[in-house]
Design a protein around this ligand. Structure first.
Ligand code: ATP
Length: 708
């Protein structure tokens, strides 16, 4: 069901709200008449805002600006749509916005914008102490007697006829109780200059309704339309406005150089990253790059950001690392033909020629292990000579290599490079290497004022170097967010290898806001014995201290006698979702089936098609609700979350045979498989369905694990 009830119900509520506002506007006009003896136009502005108090808003008028001797803030408006710091302007000539400047009658008025922004920053401090993010606080310039609806950076500019419906249309951020709490707090810290000037509640004023000269304060139909629009949007989630004190502190902190945020799964790292992007966008006019490894995540993050801080949407670029690097190279006219299948083919040939029968087979006879060695260790670290490779610490790779193995691996790498170049194609690492070279020769223009990297643990060293080259070491320039326990690619590095120093600029989040306790416990069980690497060193203990925010949840384990029964029970469980969700018809929208391989995905896609269950592949998912079950790989699910998560054959890669008596390389593979499963399990908020079958159809391993 769409947000806010049925269409008929929404329409009725929107109409009621508009009529109530129109009725109250007459009373408000009378109140404003006593407050503002000045011009008619100003009285109308005041009356428009006072009338909003009839539908849950609170108005503070003529407040003292703390920290100044005599300055005042015209008004502060607190309501369902957030908090607005208001400056009322009575200009003879209409306001105009062009090229990021405010003018009137050809005169520049940027100084007044700067003053309003400075006032807003004081209010930012105050709301932050309540755990409220500055994204919910907006500077608003209202123009008496003129029409305008524009933005200038963070500042919204509205003419009085556009005022009421623009505010009513704002998505819902604050509940009535929160309007009260925030209003009381702000009333205290911004004391009234002359409290007798205007009663905050127009209803309490003993004024008789009067007819307003020149007609109504606003068009009732416009307000009705705006109220409808607001009701159509789902209310903004709580974390988009309120954070815990640690999170607010991190989002607003001033860092003198590169910084780093870590924390176990679901502790709000991305939430902080998004709020920080908004905070930085509000403080400078530069562009901000928000980058992550997985391809579809930027779309999801962009949509979240659009809901929580639409004002800054055009200032923050959400990109995947490879997407950004490819576009950057294309922009510079640097020709590199990215062709992963042909690069794979070059690798297969190289393996057959110099790998398969070499010393490498003693360690691991499967080419996949060595492809990863090249992708993540040799090329991924930008090594250029065997000498370098001989001594490099292969963080995160558990298998020790003798000199003969390193020599053989290097030979394989050189053969691969030769064959790849002969084909005239590049792989994903080549894109990053070329972008880094290009950037070192000709820096980005204009440069980014900040680069925020999410899920940094999935990047190769070259990827991190590239982003560091983009951001530099300046204050608040680079923020690395991630969690080594969720690394789903082998081979790591230390920040020192990338030349990045974060000493004294690191923080750890510890409160899990996502998973129900049972789900987190089941996930932790999988990795509790595995040490993991976090960019600044090894972490010996897989079981980490996490505070939980309590909510109900369930882990459903299904042990089927065979693959057929397993799949039948999976389909049954998916069909039972609406009932579980109390008859809700949108259960599929917040549910996902995650698989270990692409082949398994194809298999389940066919099954769901046969069963008439609508499917949306994660490649096409952008975070907006669609009434279809999502389907994707564990890796593709990085950074996402769903109410219900189904993991068919979840334990297939964890069979004890794989760990016991097997070589170190297989042990390493099993550890990686456990970590990937951990990531998949921690995507679930309320329901985690874990399927296993005694005799299953072997879906096979994909040779290519790349998820780009
Ligand atoms: N302050 C908060 N109040 C309420 N909910 C919150 C808060 N912070 C985060 N959340 C919730 O927790 C969820 C997880 O947050 P987020 O995705 O930022 O975690 P994460 O640490 O990046 O997770 P992961 O590393 O597993 O991807 C969010 O989607 C949000 O619903």
């Amino acid at each position: 069901m769409a947000a806010g009830g049925s269409a008929g119900e929404r329409g009725r509520r929107a109409r009621e709200q508009a009529l109530e506002l129109a009725r109250r506007s007459r009373e408000a006009y009378a109140v404003a008449a006593r407050w503002e003896a000045g011009a008619e136009a100003e009285r109308v502005v005041a009356a428009s805002l006072v009338s909003l108090t009839a539908v849950g808003w609170r108005l503070l008028v003529d407040r003292h600006w703390p920290g100044t001797r005599a300055a005042n803030i015209d008004m502060i408006l607190i309501g369902p749509g957030g908090v607005f710091v208001i400056d009322v302007k009575r200009w003879r000539e209409p306001p105009a916005v062009a090229d990021d400047h405010l003018t009137t009658g050809g005169e520049n008025r940027d100084g007044e914008v700067a003053k309003l922004l400075a006032m807003t920053r004081t209010a930012d401090e105050q709301v932050a102490s309540l755990g409220m993010s500055p994204v919910a606080l907006r500077p608003l310039m209202v123009f008496a007697g003129h029409r305008i609806d524009a933005r200038l950076g963070r500042v919204r500019l509205l003419g009085h006829p556009d005022l009421v419906h623009a505010l009513v249309a704002e998505p819902k951020r604050l509940t009535p109780a929160l309007v009260g709490i925030v209003g009381d707090h702000l009333a205290q810290v911004f004391p009234a200059y002359d409290s007798a000037a205007l009663k905050e509640d127009a209803a309490a004023a003993p004024a008789a309704p009067v007819e307003i000269e020149g007609g109504a304060l606003f068009q009732t139909e416009d307000v009705e339309k705006a109220a409808m629009e607001s009701l159509l949007h789902a209310p903004i989630e709580q974390w988009m406005t309120f954070l815990d004190p640690d999170q607010v502190g991190l989002a607003r902190r001033d860092w003198s150089g590169p910084a780093r945020i870590t924390g176990p799964a679901g502790t709000g790292k991305t939430v902080v990253g998004l709020h920080r992007a908004a905070h930085l966008a509000g403080r400078s006019s530069g562009r901000i790059l928000y980058v992550t490894f997985v391809n579809n995540l930027p779309r999801v993050q962009k949509n979240l950001f659009a809901r929580m801080a639409s004002t800054f949407l055009d200032r923050v670029e959400f990109r995947s690392l490879h997407g950004w690097a490819s576009a950057f190279l294309a922009e510079r006219g640097a020709g590199l033909t990215l062709n992963p299948p042909r690069a794979d083919d070059a690798f297969s040939r190289a393996w057959l020629t110099v790998g398969r029968d070499s010393a490498l087979a003693e360690i691991d006879p499967s080419p996949g292990y060595w492809r990863e060695e090249i992708d993540h260790v040799i090329k991924g670290r930008g090594l250029t000579s065997l000498e370098e490779y001989r001594t490099v610490a292969r963080h995160g790779r558990r298998t020790a290599l003798q000199p003969a193995h390193r020599e053989a691996a290097w030979l394989l790498y050189e053969e691969y490079e030769m064959l790849r170049e002969a084909r005239g194609v590049g792989d994903f690492n080549d894109v990053l290497l070329a972008a880094l070279e290009e950037l070192r020769e000709r820096p980005a223009d204009p440069p980014y004022s900040a680069v925020i990297v999410d899920e940094v643990q999935d990047l190769t060293l070259i990827g991190v170097r590239l982003l560091h080259a983009l951001s530099g070491d300046g204050p608040n320039g680079l923020l690395l967010i991630g969690d080594g326990q969720q690394a789903v690619y082998p081979g790591g590095f230390r920040l020192a290898d990338a030349g990045i120093a974060v000493k004294g600029r690191g923080a750890v989040l510890r409160t899990n806001y996502r998973n129900a306790a049972r789900i987190l416990e089941a996930a932790m069980e999988v990795v509790s014995d595995d040490p993991f690497d976090d960019l600044d060193g090894p972490n010996p203990n897989g079981r980490r201290a996490v505070d939980l925010t309590y909510h109900e949840g369930e882990v459903l384990r299904v042990d089927a006698a065979g693959a057929e029964e397993h799949d039948r029970r999976l389909v049954e469980a998916i069909r039972a979702l609406p009932e579980r969700d109390g008859g809700g018809a949108t259960a599929l929208a917040d549910s996902v089936v995650l698989c270990r391989s692409r082949r398994e995905i194809e298999q389940y896609h066919r099954l769901f098609a046969r069963e008439g269950i609508p499917v949306l592949r994660l490649e096409s998912y952008d975070g907006r609700p669609v009434e279809a079950i999502k389907l994707g790989t564990y890796r593709r699910a990085k950074g996402l979350e769903f109410k219900n998560v189904f993991l068919p054959h979840h334990d297939h890669d964890l069979s004890p045979g794989l760990e016991k008596g097997a070589g170190a390389a297989e042990g390493e593979r099993a550890e990686l498989a456990r970590r990937q499963l951990f990531v998949a399990m921690t995507r679930a908020r309320d329901l985690l369905w874990l399927g296993s079958a005694d005799k299953i159809h072997e879906p096979g391993r994909t040779a290519d694990n790349t998820e780009l």
